[in-house]
Write a protein that binds this ligand. Structure first.
Ligand code: NDP
Length: 311
């Protein structure tokens, strides 16, 4: 075991984790940052980011993440590869075990483990990801000006994605697997009233069709009749929900009904003093790189104040 107790460990290296590392490093806390399963987080699988302030010409996701990592290292962040398999928050210092058997102790912990969009699991969906298939209208909607797009799902995310996409697309079709919508009444009504949006119910996606380079259509299967139908489209947006990476904390931190870590209002404090959460693992609403950066900064400031309070 690495017996020395760290002041701060940051779990996760998306925009929230890197920002927490930059701020705490600059405050002389020398954080230990554990990479996680996907170093760089969800932005590593996006292409161009056009709405990150300060980059009017846009920036590629992996490049933005590489720059954040470099900036964190510059201020003294120490990176550890691998992912945490076990945490014990029942006593301080908290302990974290990695898959290779290493164990670390820390006075404060920032959880920035992110979330992942849920995918249907089709091979074609994977093949055309970034080439017409997306799970984030705010990120990619702009590329679908005057196009026809399908949105899969019947919850608030799907409704919100569909409404957002009408700013760009000429036609938006919501595909849902049953007759009732899980989305709130107000969102469903707003969606129904929007002329550019139509709905296909009792349909599931059988295949996303393409020409090898980009999406050209979608094949649906009606769950009542069993009939298949093919439709032309330029894009398919998945709005079937997100899964926060909070499994490790299930019995140790308060989570909401969807598994997001609960934080106190206007703060990143969790129910365990000394443990802070930021980014998509605690944000079921905005899920943007910029908001993750914002809460990452908050977590670093909160951790710094906590460390001062226990000295
Ligand atoms: P939900 O779990 O609420 O909805 C997911 C939807 O996707 C459901 O309609 C579900 O169908 C469908 N779905 C799930 N898996 C599949 C699949 N494999 N194939 C086809 N369809 C599938 O997730 P959301 O992300 O929509 O919302 C999560 C929470 O976030 C909710 O509390 C929501 O209110 C909130 N939210 C609020 C917003 C706002 O207020 N502006 C915006 C976005 C989210 P089925 O219904 O049949 O299970």
């Amino acid at each position: 075991m690495e017996r020395n107790v760290r002041d701060l460990i940051v779990m996760g290296t998306g925009p929230a984790g890197y920002t927490a590392a930059i701020y705490s490093g600059r405050a002389n806390i020398a954080p230990l940052v554990i990479d996680g399963i996907q170093p760089g987080g969800q932005l590593m699988i996006t292409t161009e980011i056009e709405n990150f302030p300060g980059f009017p010409e846009g920036i590629r996701g992996p490049e933005l993440m590489a720059r954040m990592r470099e900036q964190a290292a510059k201020f003294g962040a120490e990176f550890v590869g691998g992912s945490v398999t076990d945490v014990d928050l029942s006593r301080s210092p908290f302990s974290l075990s990695l898959e290779d058997g290493r164990e670390f102790l820390t006075h404060t912990l920032i959880v920035a483990t992110g979330a992942n969009a849920k995918w249907l699991g089709l091979e074609s969906e994977n093949c055309y990801r970034g080439k017409g298939v997306s799970a984030c209208a705010t990120c990619d909607g702009f590329f679908f000006r005057d196009c026809k797009v399908f949105v899969v799902g019947g919850g608030d995310t799907a409704m919100e994605e569909a409404l957002f996409l009408t700013k760009f697309a000429s036609e938006v079709v919501i595909v849902h697997r049953r007759e009732e919508f899980r989305a709130s009444k107000i969102m469903t009504l707003r969606t129904r009233k929007t002329p550019k949006i139509s709905m296909m119910i009792n349909e599931v996606v059988d295949e996303i069709l393409g020409d090898g380079k980009k999406v050209t259509g979608i094949r649906l299967k009606n769950v009542v009749t069993g009939a298949f139908s093919e439709h032309f489209c330029d894009g398919v947006f998945l709005g079937i929900g997100h899964a926060p990476n909070s499994g490790l904390f299930k019995d140790q931190l308060d989570l909401d009904d969807y598994g997001y870590i609960k934080t106190k209002k206007s703060s990143t404090e969790t129910n365990v003093p000394g443990v802070f959460a930021c980014g998509d693992v605690q944000d079921n609403s905005y899920r943007q790189a910029v908001t993750a950066v914002g809460t990452g900064c908050m977590a670093a400031v909160d951790a710094e104040r906590f460390l001062e309070s226990i000295r």
